[in-house]
Each structure stands twice: as C-alpha cells, then as structure tokens.
Design a protein around this ligand. Structure first.
Ligand code: GRF
Length: 227
C-alpha cells in the first residue's frame, strides 16, 4: 500500500470519513492534546493511546477525552520485537489504521511498520536531517544554530530518518536556553502535526515516483488543512 492509499482505501470501504488513528506517547502529551483539540472527531478519530512509560501525563489526557489507553513498557516484554507485536496487535484491535508518534521515545521495528504501511508519522523538534535522536534542541543549541524548527515525517526503522512531510523554521539568533527554544517550537509542533494528520486522513500525501524520499502534498488539501 502506498502512502496515499491509507485514507483512500478506508474511505472506499465506506466505513467512516474519519481516519481511525492511534497515538503513541511517552511523556507530557502536549502534541496528543493538540490532536485531541483539533483533528479528533473531525478528520480523524483517536481510537487508542499507548505509552511506553507507566504514569505518563499523556495517559491522563487521553483518559480525560474518553480514549482507551494502555502501557507497553519494554521491561514487560521479552524484547523489543515482542513489545512491538503486542503493541501493533492492540492498536489494530482498536481499529487504528494510522499511527502518530507524539513524543514516543522508542524505536519501532520493520514488522511493526509493515502492519501500518505508509501510515506511521512522527514529530521531531529540529529541521531534519539536522539533529536527529534524543535532545534535539540541546544538540542544536550546542551547535550554535540561529534557525530552529520542527519536522513531521514518515517513520522508517531508522532514527528520525523517514521522508519529510512538513517542516517549519523559526529564527532565534539569541537563543541560549532549551526552554526558550522549546517554547517557540511548541506551537509549531502542534500546528504541523495536526496538519499532517489532516493531510493523511484526506489521502493528500504521496511519494514522488522520481524520488520516494520526497513527499508530494496535494495543494488544495494543504490549504484546506491549514485551519
Ligand atoms: C516533542 O518535542 C516532540 O517533538 C518530541 O517529543 C516531544 C513530546 O512532547 N518527539 P509532548 O509529550 O507532546 O508534550
């Protein structure tokens, strides 16, 4: 299945106009909250929230919105692939057709990704391919950059290495503290992640046949998804 087929095939089945998505979290959950406040019940339905960390505040946000939650901690499973399999099974039982990583601090293997082809996306607080992995904002500050930013991308089995969907930059030439950068990036993350989910739900994303690293966005859907 190609990237754009996820929403199309779902709509073709005539089940619902809302794309059923799962959100994976590990922490605070402000990106989850942004999705609950914007796309949930409109373009998409969040049918499951899974955390890698028991007691993550994101779980309370999901519960408050009436979304089923579960914890899949690595220590509870034989290894990462057993964890991935249990996680994918639960998400599919809940009906999820796409998966959004919103501050999820674990890697996902190929078998998990193959269960949701072209339909796993992540938000990362840097302009990829600069500063992948943990502590991206601290990495950028240490490097001395003047322009920071946010990337939403498809997930592959690497570390923040899948094709870019959306990016937005902000100039912060005087920035010194991670908190200051984070405060500037938060609203960008929340807006971009919601926009990417809308595009996915509308079937407006496809890989460029000339270069599958490049994601082509349907222009009309981009304009409509900016709201
Ligand atoms: C965000 O900065 C996101 O870009 C990164 O992890 C953080 C999660 O924040 N992947 P929150 O839990 O959504 O508040």
């Amino acid at each position: 299945m190609t990237k754009c087929d996820v929403a199309h095939s779902y709509r073709a089945a005539g089940v619902s106009e809302l794309l059923p998505i799962a959100v994976l979290v590990s922490g605070t959950g402000t990106n989850l909250q942004a999705l609950l406040d914007t796309v949930h019940g409109r373009e998409a339905e969040i049918v499951a929230v899974a955390s890698s960390v028991a007691g993550a505040p994101a779980l309370e946000r999901a519960a408050a919105a009436g979304v089923p939650t579960a914890v899949f901690a690595r220590a509870q499973h034989r290894d990462r692939s057993a964890r991935d399999e249990a996680l994918a099974g639960w998400l599919q039982e809940r009906g999820a057709r796409a998966v959004v990583l919103a501050g999820y601090m674990e890697l996902l293997g190929e078998p998990f990704l193959a269960r949701f082809p072209g339909a796993v996306i992540n938000v990362h607080p840097s302009l990829l391919p600069a500063f992948p992995g943990l502590r991206a904002i601290e990495q950028a500050l240490a490097y001395g950059v003047k322009v920071f930013g946010v990337t939403v991308h498809f997930v592959d089995a690497g570390v923040d290495s899948g094709p870019v969907i959306l990016q937005r930059a902000v100039e912060l030439p005087q920035a010194r503290a991670p908190e200051e950068v984070l405060a500037a990036l938060r609203p960008l993350e929340h807006a971009l992640l919601a926009q990417a989910v809308r595009l996915l739900a509308r079937g407006a994303l496809r890989a460029d046949p000339e270069n599958p690293r490049r994601t082509i966005l349907d222009r009309q859907a981009v304009r409509a998804g900016e709201g």
